[in-house]
Design a binder for this molecule. Sequence first.
Ligand code: NAG
Length: 366
Amino acid sequence: MASLYRGLLLLLMALLPSAHGAAARARSKISAAFMFGDSTVDPGNNNDRLTEAKANFPPYGQDFPGGVATGRFSNGKVPGDMLVSRLGIKELLPPYLRNDLPLSELLTGVVFASGGSGYDPLTSIPSITKYVTCISQHSSRQTATSSTGQLELFLEYKERLRALVGEEEMTRVISKGIYFTVMGANDLANNYFTIPLRRHQYDLPSYVKFLVSSAVNFTTKLNEMGAKKIAIIGIAPIGCCPSQRALGSRECEPMRNQAANLFNSEIEKEIQRLDAEQNVRGSKFIYLDIYYNLLDLIQRPGFYGFKEVTEGCCGSTVLNAAIFIKNHPACPNAYDFIFWDIFHPTEKAYNIVVDKLFQQTMQYLM
Ligand SMILES: *[C@@H]1O[C@H](CO)[C@@H](O)[C@H](O)[C@H]1NC(C)=O
């Protein structure tokens, strides 16, 4: 019954003529947004860490207001910014680890995401360390903040808020907030397919199962910590990003895409199950698709005004990874590109995908 009702609701939302109308209505209800995940949504949490996954130098941010490289892994704004702006909360969603965060930012939401992280704790460890397997000897500052580490930061955030505004107001902010998680791409692309360690332990279907189980546990913990409106975003078609495409033909790499697809179809079922179970207790869970929404841009670039699909504006090989393109000029026409660097979409591509999410299923959480 609940799912029939939900289906009708979604249908009704899809038929609404304007997404802006819906966003305007949402404005009164959602006052804070929180984001967990990897570099696609990290606005600079890694800036003071020793990890190689950083973007706080040009050409990153060249189209950001003021042209500043804030640590966002794109030429401009990233999905968290777009989400809060469309929800009418604020213009930018800041990193939790920024030093000078005023109370107003803490009350309206922050990002705990960290470039390089994933659901698998091993994903957050730098690749070189994984090869030499002396993980425990490395300081945690040298790694990205893992999914569990991000939940620990959320706990710390709650305590900080409690100290500033009291128990009641803290509970209100937490329970009325909207939560997004974007993770899993690094687990596949930068861990399973790159480093042999996990492949010795798991075949692909069982590794995906492990990731799904980790994602469910992450989501459940977040819910137990007070989050009630939770959106889990799937894995993008990572086989189509410039660094993963085939060398000669530049075709999308099918194994990586299949793995992403498998994860997505499994996690979608799990999220629907959690939603059915927890709905009675006032919690809502939703799965948001990034796979087909981004693939549509890749398959119909002209429709969206893109001219370049396979190459990144900053280059396409591992030698064009963030640290290596430091202070090198990007392409002059980022607007023509779906991808900014070897892994991350441009601001324009992000904008289109976030628009699609608003027009499709996101209203369920409002
Ligand atoms: C998720 O939680 C369950 C129940 O506590 C546990 O058995 C399972 O191992 C966890 N999964 C992962 C991948 O840690």
